[in-house]
Ligand binder design. Structure first.
Ligand code: HEM
Length: 272
């Protein structure tokens, strides 16, 4: 490798480290080195992950271990798996609210760069949850998924597994096209449309959860200690985000705010 290339990379590393540690301050956010920007964005994502994950885990302990008397040995795997599923949904929902919020008010534009980390973070949490669930799959762990006489999946189990797998495939595809080499090869409009289609992964996840959880949502006896089931927490976070997105879109339409895509389409029309 060329010595000047190595020297340049070392200097870039050094500058970004000094910026991150606050030893040198960039003149403004836009002059911050790209590496330092990425580091800081990732750090912020990590903080948000903890803000979502830790309360979710505490909720799981209160609801399942303390209120429903499930054994403590369920905590390291069975309950952790539930918490990962819910955290994944909440983090992915956040990824899909940042864009509309930034169009609503420029105050939120600074969070646009975080979407990538939310999307990829949500994908990794969802994958871990999917893999852990497969290890746990048995009528003893998930009675509601099985026909207890035959020991095979019932309708609820089959549909929930189908939607879980589809959601995971969808997220995997989106994560792949977020990789810089793949992104560079794609047309910007096509890339953006596919990313927007990620909202479909959220809808499929809703079906994954609703397929097995809907009965417990309306049965208050299942709200141990008055706490709603985790499936309802996950499903509600998706519905709330879809609702807020709709409101913001309607608000922006009413106030004549144009999205980047509208702008692109209009410019394109005028050129032809
Ligand atoms: C192959 C993929 C997947 C499989 C096999 C799977 C399996 C499961 C199982 C067995 C449950 C029931 C857990 C329980 O009641 O304790 C569950 C719940 C859940 N899953 Fe998945 N899942 C998959 C993908 C996903 C993905 C991609 C997400 C999120 C993006 C997700 C989010 C959730 C949520 C929020 C719950 C409700 C939590 C609860 O009530 O326990 N799942 N999943």
């Amino acid at each position: 490798m060329d010595a000047s290339f190595i020297a340049k990379k070392s200097i870039e590393n050094l500058i970004s480290e000094l910026e991150v540690e606050g030893a040198i301050a960039p003149k403004s956010e836009s002059t911050r080195s790209p590496r330092a920007k990425k580091y800081i964005e990732f750090q912020k994502f990590y903080n948000i992950f903890l803000i979502v994950f830790i309360p979710s885990l505490l909720y799981a302990i209160c609801r399942y271990t303390i209120q429903h008397n499930e054994p403590w040995y369920d905590l390291p795997f069975y309950l952790l798996n539930k918490t990962l599923g819910v955290s994944s949904v909440i983090i992915m929902s956040l990824a899909y609210i940042i864009g509309p919020l930034a169009k609503f008010s420029s105050r939120y534009k600074k969070y646009l760069g975080h979407r990538k980390y939310f999307g990829i973070g949500g994908f990794f949490l969802g994958t871990s949850h999917g893999a852990m669930s497969l290890l746990l799959m048995s009528p003893n762990n998930y009675e509601v998924f099985y026909n207890l006489e035959t020991g095979r999946l019932n309708w609820q189990g089959s549909l929930s597994m189908l939607f879980g797998t589809l959601a995971l495939f969808h997220l995997f595809f989106i994560a792949i096209i977020s990789l810089p080499p793949v992104m560079r090869e794609m047309h910007a409009k096509q890339w953006k449309n596919i990313q927007k289609g990620g909202i479909i992964a959220l809808l499929i996840t809703f079906l994954h959860i609703a397929a097995f959880g809907y009965k417990s949502w309306f049965n208050l006896d299942k709200w141990y200690g008055g706490m709603p089931p985790f499936s309802l927490v996950g499903a509600s976070s998706i519905l709330i985000i879809l609702f807020i997105r709709k409101i913001i879109t309607l608000h922006n339409q009413a106030h004549g705010k144009k999205t980047l895509l509208n702008f692109y389409q209009n410019t394109h029309k005028h050129l032809h």
